[in-house]
Design a protein around this ligand. Structure first.
Ligand code: NZQ
Ligand code: ZN
Length: 383
């Protein structure tokens, strides 16, 4: 087992009606709130009004920034920084999925020193503080509600990168599973693929940690159990609650304990697709993971076999890969590029960007020829 530190300062409020406390909670941090949201779903389904009312009822002054897009860009984050600076805000409330909360994290770090968000992401500036951030999660997937990571993309440089600082854990996160009842089936399934991918990225990281292996396996078992249930009954509170908590635990540190770092090659591959084709994050991973596992079927045989044994009771790498891929297909997640309309004519373009960014893993390094091979495995060829 590797040395590790457990540090997670986010105060998580989980369950029905928890957002009723948000006004009083936000008030502890000041008077002026920047309320950041996405492209309209939270308004459409009434969450926006609910949160807005709670904040104003507590006597807070609320300024708005909406329009954060899925796979958010640094330019969008810069526009939010301008609004925050203009109104001298004290605290940020992020209402949405991973895209909104990630954007808010970078904004919270950029405002105190008035810098461009891409400079924050590229670590061109030193971050010594951040505005307090309160997250209200509306989509179970990324784990951003209880970690310090943020992911933004830059079309001009062809990069989608992650960044973290000790200051970007949300101070509070409010998780009411009822806020996720309206997530469409597509994004519900992509979120499940994403949480499974997080558990796997850490599982294939550096260091042996048997207890963490078992926790990882249980996350997969539970996710596969609840996935068909939540897709057939999207407004079932218990199903949504279990998926929501699974997605938090998959990337709040729990799946890394005893290891030094995760691998993260598959996220690198997925980010290439999101950059080029705006592929939803989870869909990019359900395509990339089976291919990456096939590339590593012999290189990481023991690890894949071990997980197969823990999850399916069969110690077989082949079985694990086929079962994972079939599971993704069963919840309508794509497992080949062709299924999202990307044909082999795009292969060079994808490979070029993967090679330019040297997409690789922390443990399982990828060479140029590995990237070519993994990409081949991501296409379904006619037989
Ligand atoms: O934009 P709106 O109108 O809000 O609609 C969103 C969006 O279209 C919609 N949605 C969200 N909550 C909803 C809802 N629709 C109906 N009802 C609700 N309750 O869902 C769509 C997707 O939202 P988005 O926030 O993009 O999804 P997700 O939570 O999967 O976030 C993906 C982003 O997070 C990053 C990804 O790279 C991607 O940019 N990640 C962040 C991580 C982190 N910070 O730790 C780790 C992850 O690996 C991931 O990389
Ligand atoms: Zn992810």
């Amino acid at each position: 087992m590797e040395n590790f530190t457990v540090y997670n300062p986010t105060k998580l409020h989980f369950g029905r009606g928890v957002t009723d406390e948000i006004g009083q909670t936000a008030k502890q941090y000041g008077q002026k709130v920047l309320l950041i949201s996405g492209k309209g779903s939270v308004v459409k389904y009434g969450y926006y009004n609910k949160i807005h009312q709670q904040l104003t009822a507590a006597g807070l002054e609320v300024f708005e920034f909406s329009g954060v897009e899925p796979n958010p860009s640094h330019q969008t984050a810069d526009r939010a920084v301008s609004v925050g600076l203009e109104h001298k805000i004290d605290v940020i409330v992020a209402l949405g999925g991973g895209s909104v909360i990630d954007t808010a994290k970078v904004v919270s770090a950029a405002i105190p020193i008035g810098v461009k968000t891409w400079d924050v992401m590229k670590q061109n500036v030193q971050i010594k503080s951040a505005l307090p951030l309160i997250a209200v999660l509306t989509l179970a997937a990324t784990g951003t509600e209880m970690n310090a990571f943020a992911v933004l993309q830059n079309q001009a440089t062809g990069e989608k990168i992650g960044w973290r600082s000790p200051f970007t854990f949300p101070a509070h996160s409010f998780l009411d599973p009822e806020f996720t009842f309206t997530v469409p089936k597509t994004y519900t399934a992509y979120g499940i693929a994403d949480l499974i991918a997080h558990a796997l990225e850490n599982y294939f990281g550096f260091g042996e940690s048997p207890l963490t292996d078992r926790i990882t396996a249980d996350i997969l078992i539970e996710a596969m159990h609840y996935a068909p249930l939540v897709l057939s009954e999207p407004e079932n509170y218990d199903y949504r609650a279990n998926i929501m908590w699974l997605s938090t635990v998959a990337l709040n540190g729990t799946t890394l304990h005893g290891r030094r770092y995760g691998d993260w090659a598959v996220h690198g591959i997925g980010h290439t697709l999101s950059l080029l084709y705006d592929t939803p994050h989870g869909a990019s991973l359900s395509i990339a993971y089976p291919a990456w596992l096939r590339l590593h079927v012999n290189r990481a045989k023991n690890r894949i076999e071990r997980l197969s044994e823990l999850v399916f009771g069969i110690s077989s790498a082949e079985h694990f890969i086929n079962a994972l891929s079939s599971f993704f297909e069963s919840i309508q997640c794509p497992v080949h590029l062709n299924q999202i309309g990307i044909g082999t004519d795009k292969k060079d373009e994808i490979l070029q960007l993967m090679n330019k960014n040297k997409v690789s893993g922390m443990v399982h390094k990828l060479s140029d020829s590995d990237r070519n091979e993994v990409l081949n495995l991501m296409f379904r060829y006619a037989v």
